[in-house]
Design a protein. Structure first.
Length: 92
């Protein structure tokens, strides 16, 4: 799982049938303080997240297929599975 921030969405008129009815979002990985920590990527929204939301993203294809109950040959790797209300990072 990765902590990310939703920075936008993608609209496509032609897409793979498995994407029909699903929102495709652009997410930016962040650290617990909310600072960018890597390259942005695309993820399917499963929790009705919006721009600016901090989210948990599952980026493991098999887990995504199990959650969405899809077959083994689908082009989905990353799935937004939760909206984060607060991050508490203890002192190390």
């Amino acid at each position: 799982m990765r902590l990310c921030r939703v920075i936008g969405n993608v609209v496509a008129t032609v897409k793979h049938p498995v994407y029909a009815g699903r929102s495709l979002m652009i997410v930016q990985p962040v650290d617990p303080a909310g600072l960018d920590s890597g390259d942005s990527f695309l993820a399917i929204d499963h929790v009705q997240a919006g721009a600016g939301d901090r989210v948990l993203v599952l980026s493991e294809g098999n887990g995504v297929r199990q959650i969405l109950d899809l077959g083994s040959e689908v082009p989905i790797r990353s799935l937004i599975v939760g909206i984060v209300d607060r991050v508490d990072a203890g002192a190390s």
